[in-house]
Design a protein around this ligand. Structure first.
Ligand code: PMV
Length: 315
């Protein structure tokens, strides 16, 4: 029986602009994890059987990868293809405490955990880059044209300064900082918001390009603050980034309400995180303001608030 796990993630700066080649910063949330356990125990000849709390699937040994529409089966098929073995008769049990469809990278974390557990069980463990590339292929099922930031930060489980198509650049967090991650309660598909931004860009590139450039400058400035320990300065960058995301039309009344409530309760900064129009927002707080801000955003409609230290002990 072999188990492997992978963390959730949040994007701190640069979502959407990262699709157009601008830098973005994302960090793993190691306290929330997806775990996959592989057992050589499966009804004979049935191939891979996967079991999860809200999901039970069996898929056969021979699957045409080009027609596979399930992320789980695609992950296992790509693993077997990559290491050149037929699909074994196994059971994969998935156990995850990462909320799904909320911008925390649940899909990429489950795929990463499966790929790690399965390659290890088959005697061919892959390095983080190979796992990341494999999960990127699976991410296309969810996102259409993903930038690659989710699979990278999750497979490496390191804070990253990510530029599409460039080698991974990990960043050192000189001084840990406290984030709240709050769910707006409204689901939204990243594929849809990415498509909407693409339409805006195609109709009016002269207006949209400066917004994307400004987001890229914010991510670069944020890296400077993070790596030199000037974390309090990140707050105003978060607000600027949120304003630019509003201009890209990917915020929502719910997300704006949460940002406002957080700032009124004493947060240092706040912004939406991920695809937008719903999903999560993040708030920079101090140890002293954390509880009050968390209460305020719950009262303003957040359906779940997760508290985490970035670069230090996680809570
Ligand atoms: O919704 P999430 O957390 O998976 O983030 C998507 C980030 C985007 O920049 C909007 C898209 C991408 O592929 O980078």
């Amino acid at each position: 029986m072999i188990s492997a796990s992978a963390p959730a993630k949040v994007i701190l700066f640069g979502e959407h602009a990262v699709v157009y080649g601008q830098p973005a910063i994302a960090v793993p949330v190691s306290s929330l994890r997806a775990t996959a356990t592989v057992e050589y125990r499966s009804p004979d000849g049935l191939g891979v059987r996967s079991v999860a709390a809200d999901l039970a699937q069996t898929f056969p040994t021979q699957v045409d990868v080009s027609t596979v529409d399930s992320a789980l089966s695609l992950t296992t098929q790509l693993v077997c293809q990559k290491i050149g073995v037929p699909t074994p008769d196994i059971t994969i049990t998935i156990d995850s405490d990462i909320p799904i469809a909320s911008g925390l990278g649940s899909g990429a974390a489950v795929s990463t955990a499966i790929a790690r557990a399965l390659t290890t069980a088959l005697g061919h463990p892959l390095d983080s880059e190979a796992i990341s590339q494999l999960v990127y292929e699976v991410e296309k099922l969810h996102h259409g044209t993903p930038s690659g930031i989710d699979n990278t930060v999750i497979a490496y489980e390191q804070p990253v300064y990510f530029v599409r198509g460039h080698p991974i650049e990990s960043i050192t967090i000189a001084k840990p900082f406290h984030l709240l991650i709050a769910d707006s309660g409204r689901g939204a598909l990243t594929r849809v918001t990415v498509g909407e931004v693409r339409k805006l860009y195609e109709v009016n590139p002269d207006q949209i390009q400066p917004i994307l450039d400004a987001i890229g400058r914010i991510a670069t400035q944020a890296r400077e603050f993070i790596t030199t320990g000037m974390t309090d300065m990140l707050g105003s960058l978060m607000l600027d980034n949120h304003g630019l995301l509003q201009q890209l039309t990917v915020s929502s009344p719910e997300l704006d309400t949460l940002v406002k409530a957080a700032m009124e309760a004493g947060a240092l900064g706040a912004k939406l995180s991920g695809g937008g129009r719903g999903g999560n927002m993040i708030v920079l707080v101090t140890e002293q303001s954390s509880d009050e801000v968390a209460d305020a955003i719950r009262r303003a409609g957040a359906v779940r608030v997760i508290s985490t230290m970035v670069g230090g002990r996680e809570c």
